[in-house]
Design a protein around this ligand. Structure first.
Ligand code: EPU
Length: 343
């Protein structure tokens, strides 16, 4: 176990905010995590982070940041893979693709770690990680016991799980078991994934494709649209795509017609509600490329706020986010909820 005091967190959050934590603990196994949980000298609260890719530190953190150093990937059976919570998510995707295993390829190149994949129910290009999770291993923060929770009990929904709510301070995720497929199982029907695969490899025949081919295509799409967190600080999508009742969607359509905004992109959900891309709403409010001090709205994908100067402070990002929420509410009557967690 490694313990540091007054540690600079700028390398541990993808927004690159120059904040500090009072204490940082990195553990390499469950026993070390138990020791940390039982150690009264560590300042509270204890806050586990993964790659720091979905949060914004708003101030210096007064407690202990806990990081998982469990980085093993193990094949438990032909289609069952276990990964430690500290495995870099994209390393897991690469490992599966290299081993000819289908499942995570559409989720390639998402920043963060395996533990966060299970907390956040990460999703992209027609896949959500909950479809691949068999169970999640955790340590109970109250008594240090370990529990294995089946995916069905984790309360998964769009970018959400019990780990973000009722279980937030209760469980720390230490490992995840995924169920993947040894048979070809490409998911190509989101956006222009299929065309991109065809263009690159001359076929979309599942029997001719490998998970690596789909992975390569998805990585190239992401690189075109989204900032590379190594080059430009961000936390990916800042807001969730709003899901609204059909009457609200009708009113957005009326506004779009009145203001000649063109057709409103949308996805009809089975329960009669409608998902509208937040990127479109933000775009139509004129935010693309707009700055607020060091923070800016990414010009290629307005759902992403970036640390444009590399020197943005948390207030720059928070003010910009609030201004975006206010203008979308005023223009379209829709409340945008953050995907990024403020700490
Ligand atoms: N759009 C615009 N203007 C733009 C960009 C997009 O109007 O400048 C509209 C277009 O209509 C486009 C639509 O927004 O069709 C949706 O865009 P896109 O398919 O790129 O995805 P998204 O809804 O903006 C979601 C996830 C991403 C994920 C992509 C691809 C959320 C909050 N975000 O974004 O996840 O990579 O789909 O599946 O669900 C993340 O969570 O950090 C993330 C990047």
């Amino acid at each position: 176990m490694r313990i540091g005091w007054n540690v600079d967190l700028s390398g541990m959050n993808t927004f690159r905010m120059g904040v500090k934590c009072r204490c940082l603990v990195e553990y390499d196994n469950v026993d070390e995590l138990r020791d940390a949980l039982a150690d009264p000298s560590l300042p509270r609260p204890l806050f586990p982070i993964g790659g720091g890719s979905n949060l914004l530190f708003t101030i210096d953190f007064p407690g202990t940041i806990i990081r998982c150093g469990m980085i093993g990937i193990k094949r438990l059976g032909p289609d069952r893979i276990h990964a430690g919570a500290g495995v870099v998510w994209d390393d897991f995707c690469a490992w599966c693709a290299e081993n000819g295993l289908w499942g995570p390829e559409n989720l390639s190149h998402i920043p963060g770690e395996v533990g966060a994949s299970a907390v956040q129910n990460i999703g992209a290009y027609g896949r959500e990680v909950r479809e691949l999770i068999e169970s999640v291993e955790c340590v109970d923060t109250r008594d240090g016991t370990t529990v294995t929770i089946p995916a069905l009990e984790c309360g998964y929904s769009y970018r959400d799980s019990n780990f973000k709510h009722d279980w937030k301070w209760k469980y720390i995720v230490t490992g995840v078991t995924y169920r993947v497929s040894t048979e070809p199982a490409p998911v190509l029907d989101y956006g222009h994934v299929r065309e991109a695969v065809k263009e690159r490899f001359g076929t979309d025949d599942p029997a001719a494709l490998t998970p690596s081919m789909v992975r390569e295509t998805v990585v190239s799409i992401r690189k075109e649209k989204l900032p590379e967190v190594d080059e430009l600080g961000s936390a990916g999508s800042f807001f969730r795509n709003p899901v609204v009742p059909s009457e609200v969607f009708a009113s957005v359509r009326d506004i779009a017609l009145r203001d000649s905004l063109g057709p409103v992109p949308h996805f009809d959900l089975v329960d009669g509600t409608v998902k509208i891309p937040a990127a479109w709403l933000i775009d139509k409010c004129g935010w693309k490329g707009k700055f607020h001090c060091g923070a800016a709205v990414f010009e290629k994908q307005p759902l992403v706020i970036v640390n444009r100067t590399g020197e943005a402070v948390p207030e720059d990002v928070m003010s910009l986010a609030s201004a975006i929420q206010k203008s979308v509410k005023e223009r379209f009557g829709i409340e945008l909820n953050r995907e990024v967690e403020y700490v």
